[in-house]
Every structure is written in structure tokens, then in C-alpha cells.
Ligand binder design. Structure first.
Ligand code: SF4
Ligand code: SF4
Length: 67
């Protein structure tokens, strides 16, 4: 099953990946990471298609996609 891994320590909470995902599987967490941002969080790992649009959109290369 495809899935993504978000490296929270690299994430600056810009939210671009939440917009990029056509299935709306990524949300911004309410937690604060070590940089002081609210990091992206994979909200639903059962519907991921592995399309990698989220990873392509991330300016900080914080998302890895596994197919
Ligand atoms: S790989 Fe595609 S479907 Fe999966 S979380 Fe990223 S954008 Fe969404
Ligand atoms: S696009 Fe990258 S830096 Fe921006 S919220 Fe998503 S994972 Fe974090």
C-alpha cells in the first residue's frame, strides 16, 4: 500500500502539500515542531495513491513517498 513519510523536523508548515494532495490526506498538525512551526501530518494512510504530488510540491523536501 502506498504511503508517505513526513520529516517533521524539516517542515516549516507552509501547507503547500495539503493543497497539492488530490485526496486531501495531509493536514497541518496543532503540535509545534523544533523550528516553531505546525508541521504537516499524514491524516489518512489508507487512501494514498502514491502519486507523489505532495512530495513534488514541498519546497523543503520533507516528504518521501513509498509505493
Ligand atoms: S502521494 Fe499523492 S495521494 Fe498520497 S498523500 Fe501525497 S499527494 Fe496525497
Ligand atoms: S509542503 Fe513541505 S514544508 Fe510545507 S507543510 Fe508540507 S511538508 Fe511542510
Amino acid at each position: 500500500m502506498p504511503r508517505i513519510l513526513i520529516e517533521e523536523t524539516r517542515c516549516k508548515g507552509c501547507g503547500l502539500c495539503t493543497i497539492a494532495c488530490p485526496r486531501n490526506l495531509i493536514i497541518l498538525s496543532e503540535r509545534i515542531n523544533n523550528q516553531g512551526y505546525t508541521p504537516a501530518q499524514f491524516a489518512n494512510d489508507e487512501k494514498c495513491s502514491g502519486c507523489a504530488l505532495c512530495a513534488e510540491m514541498c519546497p523543503d523536501v520533507a516528504i518521501e513517498v513509498y509505493r
